[in-house]
Design a protein around this ligand. Structure first.
Ligand code: PLP
Length: 390
């Protein structure tokens, strides 16, 4: 059976060049970078080099990059770290209703431990109102945590404007950039962001590795105590193969940036246009232009996204009905509901997220197969029958 993978916001395959870069670190270069002897020194050099490559992609300094066990850990470090460090100054945090659960559930935990969190609403395209953000700030606000780009819709938030508001009010600004890194330009020399979380497996490195940018001078306590690794920000012997792979993935993302973005956007638009032309009553979820180049979230009215996914899977097409973590749950996506999308429309949503290895031929296959599935499901949909009668 033909296999087409259009779920790159859930995870990506390790890039062949990344895998090749990692391999020596399982064998020849096995040392512990904290060891003083040759085996350790040699590996330490590669650790430093990987940090430089990550910093290079983000326009940061290598000392501002900390390697972690992934995006979820980086988000936890940011929120719990700021809460702990600044709890004497205030106990109020601001985030949005459309964050990933890595942020939302950390906020829920903080609420249980005495912090107060404001969850900003979003508009129909998934953006927050900046005046609403200003109004939400209180004298005891210690952190804004607002994602760079949404994992379900791809909507991109105005980082510069949000960061400037944080600066004006001397509040730290964290952004979950797990979906943004490698897909859109990020210049931390320019952007007023203090803490940024990212993850390896969304940009063709392996799972279970990620990182955090911590602007010079920003002090956060470590969540994991032990050795002095990662400048005392995260104890534990470094996962060297994964870190080297992440460095390589960032180097490739920088090298191939223009080419990748153009490719993704062309394919994404081909998919959107092809499906919209062939299927009536399809609705785009997310911002029409301020959107990740690889993400397309569409509601196919009157049918269940889950049924659509299962039928797509039977044809070898992998997509998603919301965030991977909540798939399997009958609840419509919290992101789409927060955008004011009616539950039945949210429930009919499918997210297609493209990657560098997708081809035009694959997109054309989806455009050929999907309309037939939609028609079949609509033919047996009571909602659709009712709609036709009305
Ligand atoms: N934040 C966002 C926006 C994500 O999309 C994800 C993963 O889906 C995460 C955080 C969690 O990252 P990780 O899987 O590396 O823990």
């Amino acid at each position: 059976m033909r296999r087409v993978y259009l779920d790159h916001n859930a995870t990506t395959a390790v890039h062949p060049e990344v895998l090749a870069a990692m391999m020596p670190f399982f064998g020849d270069h096995f040392g512990n970078p904290s060891s003083l002897h040759w085996a350790g020194r040699e590996v330490k050099g590669h650790l430093d080099e990987a940090r430089e490559k990550v910093a290079g992609l983000l326009h940061a300094s290598p000392e501002e990059i900390i390697f972690t066990g992934g995006g979820t850990e980086s988000d936890n470090m940011a929120l719990k770290g700021v809460a702990y460090a600044f709890r004497d100054r205030g106990k109020h945090l601001i985030t949005t209703r459309v964050e990933h659960h890595a942020v939302l559930h950390t906020c829920r935990f903080l609420e249980k431990t005495g912090f107060d969190v404001t969850y900003l609403p979003v508009d129909g395209e998934g953006l927050i109102d900046l005046e609403g953000l200003r109004r939400a700030i209180r004298p005891d606000t210690i952190l804004l945590s607002i994602m760079f780009a949404n994992n379900e819709t791809g909507t991109i938030f105005p980082m510069k404007e949000i960061g400037e508001i944080a600066r004006e009010r001397s509040i730290l600004f964290h952004t979950d950039a797990v979906q943004a890194v490698g897909k859109i330009p990020i210049d931390l020399a320019e952007l007023p962001v203090d803490i940024l979380s990212f993850s390896g497996h969304k940009l063709y490195a392996q799972k279970g590795i990620g990182g955090q940018y911590l602007r010079r001078g920003t002090k956060l306590p470590s969540l994991i105590h032990g050795g002095a690794q990662e400048s005392n920000h995260r104890a534990g012997t470094e996962n060297i193969p994964a870190i080297v792979g992440l460095g390589k993935a960032c180097e490739i993302a920088k090298r191939d940036f223009q080419k990748r973005v153009a490719h993704l956007q062309t394919l994404r638009d081909r998919l959107q246009q092809g499906l919209s032309e062939r299927i009536p009553e399809v609705k785009l979820n997310g911002h029409p232009t301020l959107r990740l180049p690889n993400t397309l979230n569409l509601s196919f009215l009157y049918i269940e996204g889950e049924s659509l996914l299962l039928n797509l899977d039977l044809e070898g097409i992998a997509a998603s009905s919301g965030s991977a973590c909540s798939s399997g749950s009958p609840e419509p996506s919290h992101v789409l509901l927060a955008m004011g999308i009616p539950p039945e429309v949210a429930q009919s949503a499918i997210r297609f997220s493209l990657g560098w290895s997708n081809t035009e031929e694959e997109i054309d296959y989806v455009v050929e197969v999907l309309p037939k599935i939609v028609q079949r499901l609509r033919d047996i949909s009571p909602l659709y029958r009712k709609r036709k009668k009305d």
